[in-house]
Design a protein around this ligand. Structure first.
Ligand code: FNR
Length: 389
């Protein structure tokens, strides 16, 4: 039995910092340019207060929810975050096992350091596959087909990275990132990929990512995916949320890539309500960025739970029987760096412990706010700065 285990995500972060080479820690932890968005993702949660209701019998708390028809014991899922072997030699296999132990969903990055086939064979976690659009569409198409045949349940297309954000720590450290084995045989890559200055990551991205990515490609992706639902990750405005629904996607992920792409993009928690309102219950909304506490999860659920009244004919993802229905729009929160910290500090056990701790903290927040189920968390349980004016 291990003693002195970390008691929160921040302590895992400190352990990760000690455990990792500086280049890797800076890459995982860092953001774009001034890192304003990176800091604000976290700070914005700190400006939201809770409005607890008392004298509610909270002897039983039910955190269960579902996403695209998959039942989960809590709304916390694992975000796609690059190559996990930067943190631990077992890489994504360890993370997938941690997610499976918590019965939650793992979104596997296209750039995973364990081959997608290896991750699929390692355990029975429910997995979504995250995709970037490559200049070579045949590479994207091949990855989608592999994900389909391996039993992945959804494709998450990341749309906030037509070009790589300027991550200055990576440039300074001349960050080297081994190419993903997923691309073996599909793309030419070697240690000297590309020319010019900057980190190797920058050169890899500029040679492979397609800056012409547009709504037409969402159509194309739908056309080559025989049955998997497609989610768009990286939506932060009502305008794009509405377009996503019109494009017929199965869900949107409110994300600014953890502050790693456009600096001064808004902190995700500050635009969640706007997106939820625009989507109006048509498809599930997910959010990521800055979640470090169970209370953060609670706050997001409160802002995303804005009950919207929808006509059944506007309602695709939820089963609407009556004329009007109140919907819970925010269905899941993705955590990125916290899981990475756990993995770096203690491997699979650490990643699992981080998810379990966040679940425990959410349970506690719900009990102390007088909410016995996710459905009982409402907008009236939080106070934002705007509310005070
Ligand atoms: C990421 N993120 C990311 N997103 C994506 O769509 N594909 C990817 O390959 C990666 N890779 C990646 C690597 C690392 C090291 C980090 C930290 C992040 C972004 C990720 O999915 C998510 O949006 C953020 O991590 C959420 O913010 P937090 O939870 O890290 O604050």
């Amino acid at each position: 039995m291990e003693h002195n285990l970390p008691v929160n995500v921040r302590e895992y972060q400190e352990l990760a910092k000690k455990a990792l080479p500086k280049m890797h820690y800076d890459n995982i932890n860092g953001g774009a340019e001034d890192e304003y968005t990176l800091r604000e993702n976290i700070a914005a949660y700190g400006r939201i207060m809770l409005r607890p209701r008392v004298l509610v019998d909270v002897s039983k708390i039910d955190m269960s929810t579902s996403l695209l028809g998959y039942n989960m014991p809590s709304p916390i899922i694992v975000a796609p975050t690059g190559p996990h072997k930067l943190a631990n030699p077992e890489g994504e296999v360890a993370t997938a096992r941690a997610a499976a132990a918590c019965n939650t969903i793992m979104v596997l990055s296209f750039g995973s350091s364990c081959k997608i086939e290896e991750v699929a064979a390692s355990c029975d976690a429910i997995r979504f596959f995250q995709l970037y659009m490559y200049k070579r569409r045949d590479v994207s198409a091949t990855l989608v087909r592999r994900a389909e045949s391996l039993g992945f349940k959804a494709i998450v297309l990341t749309v906030d990275m037509p070009v790589l954000g300027r991550r200055e720590a990576d440039i300074r450290n001349k960050m080297v990132c081994p190419p993903s084995p997923n691309l073996e045989g599909l793309m030419p890559f070697d240690d000297d990929l590309g020319t010019g200055g900057g980190s190797k990551l920058e050169r890899f991205a500029s040679e492979t990512l397609d800056p012409s990515l547009s709504w037409k490609d969402v159509e194309w992706l739908k056309s080559i995916t025989s049955y998997l639902p497609i989610l768009l990750k990286g939506i932060v405005t009502a305008e794009d949320a509405r377009k996503a629904v019109e494009a017929g996607v199965a869900g949107v992920v409110v994300s600014n890539h953890g502050g790693r792409q456009l600096d001064y993009a808004p902190p995700t928690i500050s635009v969640l309500e706007e997106v939820v309102k625009a989507v109006a219950g048509a498809v599930p909304v997910l959010v990521d960025g800055g979640v470090r506490r169970g209370t953060d999860v609670f706050k997001a659920l409160a802002l995303g739970a804005k009950a919207v009244m929808v006509r059944p004919d506007h309602c695709r993802a939820n089963s609407c029987s009556g004329r009007w229905k109140i919907l819970i729009c925010l269905t899941a929160l993705q955590v990125g760096r916290p899981v990475f910290y756990g993995l770096a500090a203690r491997g699979e056990a650490g990643a699992r412990h981080v998810i379990e701790m966040l679940n425990k903290e959410l349970e506690l927040a719900m009990a102390l706010c007088g909410c016995r189920s996710i459905a009982e968390i409402t907008r009236r349980h939080v106070l934002t700065e705007g509310d005070r004016i």
